[in-house]
Design a protein around this ligand. Structure first.
Ligand code: ASN
Length: 358
């Protein structure tokens, strides 16, 4: 996907109180084209027009904002690690110019982008709110206006200092969220961490005791490695199914291009009682691949070795991802593999909570 080398931000007249809205595409901005719905342009005008429908008191409480649109607008199914990288770099380059950020994104991979941004923007000292909608802005009964409204309100809260998702009245930690419904407006959930905030009547309430702000003292320490290093299939995701065989696992993990893998095991960390599967895992890990495991269940975590069949996983070098979401574990593997650090450091950092992801 072609993203612009840089967003045309320099000419924005911005003050420290303004919010920067970055529009990447997604259903929220889609319009009917000859082949069906596709991302539409002129989002700044359309957004202003939509917000003008809010009751006057709500309009008056909105922060001032600038909008920048990416030159190639995408359905978020087209997002790649390079999209995550572009967004992190754009936020980073404008960080001190804006009080907060709203990223408008398609919902299908929104939680992947939010998770990746959280690792890249470590130590963030202001809000980055990712939002989108299940229905286009101009469609009857659209959720777009409510989501934009809430995202702007939370992006103006100085106490909020992390990447969060605002959707359907809920503020979720970005690196804890999953898309859990393909049609309902309430499409996102945070299965293993409470909400960071929510809309209560006309108020947008942030719960600081659940936020990262108190833990992130000091200047932001962004990590913006070169994601081209993990953009050619270097990290894979393997979900077990009944009957999976060692040769199938070997097909993925034996490929020299694969540097890391996320395994989604059964329940609390179980896999079929087949020593050949463990052999394949041990071999890949012995070759220096970064292998981690989480559960297929959206709620709860794993404990390697809880069942006899899963007992050999730690010995095979598999890192326990505890209760991380697939998005959080996968983007963390990718983020660590993109950095010039030793395998031992990568392994250790995977096991360490970096931004409240586990
Ligand atoms: N296919 C859309 C996207 O992810 C879905 C949406 O935004 N609701 O871009």
């Amino acid at each position: 996907m072609a993203m612009p080398p840089y967003s045309p931000l320099a000419s924005s007249i911005a003050s420290q109180e303004r919010i920067l809205v970055i529009y990447t595409g997604g259903t929220i901005g889609m319009q009917q084209h000859a082949n069906g719905l596709a991302p539409g342009g002129d989002f700044a005008t359309r957004m202003t027009k939509a917000l003008a429908q809010l009751p006057l008191a709500h309009q008056q409480s909105l922060p001032a904002y600038d909008v920048v649109s990416y030159s190639t607008l995408i359905d978020s199914s087209a997002a790649t690690p390079l999209t995550w990288q572009q967004l992190a770099r754009d936020v980073s380059s404008q960080l001190t110019v804006y009080a907060g950020f709203v990223i408008i994104h398609g919902t299908d991979t929104l939680s992947w982008t939010a998770a990746s941004l959280a690792y890249q923007l470590q130590g963030l000292d202001r809000p980055v709110i990712v939002t989108g909608a299940m229905r286009p802005l101009e469609a009857p009964g659209s959720d777009a206006l409510d989501n934009l409204h809430g995202a702007l309100q939370f992006a103006a809260k100085r106490e909020l200092q992390e990447v969060a998702i605002y959707f359907a009245g809920q503020l979720l930690r970005g690196v804890r969220a999953i898309k859990q419904h393909s049609e309902a407006l309430n499409a996102f959930a945070s299965p293993n961490y409470p909400l960071l905030g929510e809309r209560v009547g006309d108020d947008f309430v942030y719960y600081p005791s659940r936020g990262l702000a108190l833990q992130q003292r000091g200047a932001p320490r962004f990590e913006l490695p070169d994601y081209r290093l993990i953009n050619q299939g270097e990290v894979v995701r393997i979900m077990l199914w009944p009957g999976i065989t060692a040769w199938q696992l070997e097909t993925w993990l034996g490929d020299s291009r694969v540097k890391g893998a996320l395994l989604q095991l059964w329940g609390a960390g179980n896999l079929p009682d087949d020593p050949h599967l463990l052999d394949v895992l041990a071999k890949a890990s012995g070759e220096g691949k970064l292998l981690a495991a989480i559960s297929q269940c959206p709620q709860g975590g794993i404990q390697l070795g809880a069942y006899a069949a899963g007992h050999g996983l730690s010995d095979a070098g598999i890192l326990a991802g505890d209760d991380m979401t697939p998005e959080a574990a996968f983007t963390k593997l990718a983020h660590l593999l993109a950095q010039p650090i030793s395998l031992e450091d990568q392994r250790q950092r995977f096991l360490t909570p970096l931004i409240g992801e586990r």
